[in-house]
Design a protein around this ligand. Structure first.
Ligand code: PLP
Length: 407
């Protein structure tokens, strides 16, 4: 008799994983009744926490209608659009379209950069500059723009040769853009704080000022990939707002649907949208799915009603100080870094072994790292996390690392 994991997995030989039947705040409930402390909000998606019946109810009510083609407004689409423009997006960024997640959003932003340059009469501009390391999704376009060596391995012949700049060196950014010729560059895509590829690598203000200036100087579309860092995860609305980083396009996913629905959004400045007027920019069949939009609206309204972004900042400060106190001098820890409720712990031991040791202790942490960051785990719980939960997270993480790397 195959196990649930064997039955479900696409690939044979999958690692045994718990079957999850319910969620409650910061916990996932397994079929055999264990409560797993979800210290990474799933894949860093569950900002409002689990078991929110109001989200399910909002989605169910909207789904009764059925399907409507992407360009036609519906009440759910309009309400989510207005919520984003009125309460979340920066001034001057009132043009939004929806997708079904992060990869569709980043891939669309790459296409948007190209369409923008073509609309401006610059067909020679096609390259999108990415950073090393970085992750933007699993479509061929997003893989080409990113630098996550383990996830890209083997696909190289299918990927466009997009230029890469280091994540931290402003001089190199200028040099690479000069060498590549700005007249061939359509866009620059960047995670404000690097997620899965770098476990919260954070560049300097000087770096972001340089990126912003060079992109503005050459009219290179600057895309902020806020799929992980958006919607309050770093303790303020958008990750880029910590830095002198002024994007033309903001891309979000994960926290927008809160983990309840597949949902993403791409927002552009009024100038970008105006340039594309009449260009026939194409959407996806499920752009603006009504159930997803209604759920996303309720997720955003929960964040506002319960002041959860401010809570991500205050609980983030508690998490930071407890992580540093407990793990700052640990011989297996290279560095602890992050902002808000978005933390990376770079390790000198196997991240998968630490992740498994944490699961044995009924806790989920997110394995991360690629290129210069060989091993790391990320801690990014739902914003409803309490001080007692944080104590549990830090204690169990310490025990898991001790098990893998004693002394
Ligand atoms: C920064 C970033 N961009 C894009 C993506 C892709 O999002 P999705 O997995 O929803 O397609 C991710 C996913 O982890 C991400 O962290």
């Amino acid at each position: 008799m195959p196990t649930d994991s064997e039955r479900y997995a696409f690939l044979p030989g999958a690692v045994e994983s718990p079957t999850i039947v319910d969620g409650d705040g910061v916990h996932l409930i397994t079929a055999d009744g264990r409560r797993i402390l979800d210290a990474a909000a799933g894949a860093i998606v569950g900002n409002v926490g689990w078991g929110r019946t109001s989200v399910a109810q909002a989605a169910a009510a909207a789904m009764k209608m059925g399907y409507v083609v992407p360009l036609w407004p519906t009440p759910s689409r309009l309400a989510l659009h207005d919520e984003l423009v009125d309460h979340w997006l920066p001034e001057g960024m009132s043009h939004v379209f929806f997708t079904s997640g992060g990869s569709e959003s980043t891939d669309s932003a790459i296409r948007l950069a190209r369409a923008y340059q073509v609309a401006k009469g610059r067909p020679d501009r096609w390259k999108v500059v990415g950073r090393h390391p970085s992750y933007h999704g699993m479509t061929l376009g997003t893989m080409a723009a990113a630098s996550h060596l383990t996830r890209q391995k083997g696909y190289e012949p299918l990927l466009l040769p997009f230029p890469k700049v280091p994540w931290d060196d402003p001089e190199q950014v200028l040099k690479v853009i000069e060498q590549e010729d700005p007249g061939t560059i359509a866009g620059f895509i960047a995670e404000p704080i690097t997620g899965a590829a770098g476990a919260c690598l954070t560049a300097s203000d000087e770096y972001w000022q340089t990126v912003t200036d060079i992109c503005h100087e050459h009219d290179i579309l600057l895309i902020a990939d806020e799929v992980m860092t958006g919607y309050g995860r770093t303790g303020i609305t958008w990750g880029h707002q910590h830095f002198p980083f002024e994007p033309d396009v903001i891309v979000g996913g994960k926290g927008l649907g809160g983990g309840y629905v597949p949902l993403g959004a791409v927002a552009a400045t009024d100038e970008v949208a105006e340039t594309l007027r009449g260009s026939g920019f194409m959407y996806f069949t499920f752009t603006g799915n009504d159930g997803a939009c209604a759920a996303g609206l309720e997720v955003l309204q929960i964040l506002r009603r319960e002041s959860l972004v401010a809570r991500a900042a205050s609980m983030g400060a508690v998490l930071e100080s407890r992580l540093r106190a407990e793990l700052g001098d640990h011989p297996a820890v290279v560095e602890i870094r992050g902002k808000g409720l978005f933390w990376g712990i770079e390790l000198r031991c196997s991240r998968d072994a630490v992740m498994m040791a944490a699961l044995e202790r009924d806790m989920w942490v997110y394995p991360a790292g690629s290129g210069p960051v060989a091993d790391a785990v990320m801690v990014a719980p739902p914003f409803v996390v309490t001080e007692a939960d944080i104590e549990q997270i830090v204690t169990r993480l310490r025990a898991s690392i001790d098990q893998v790397h004693p002394g």
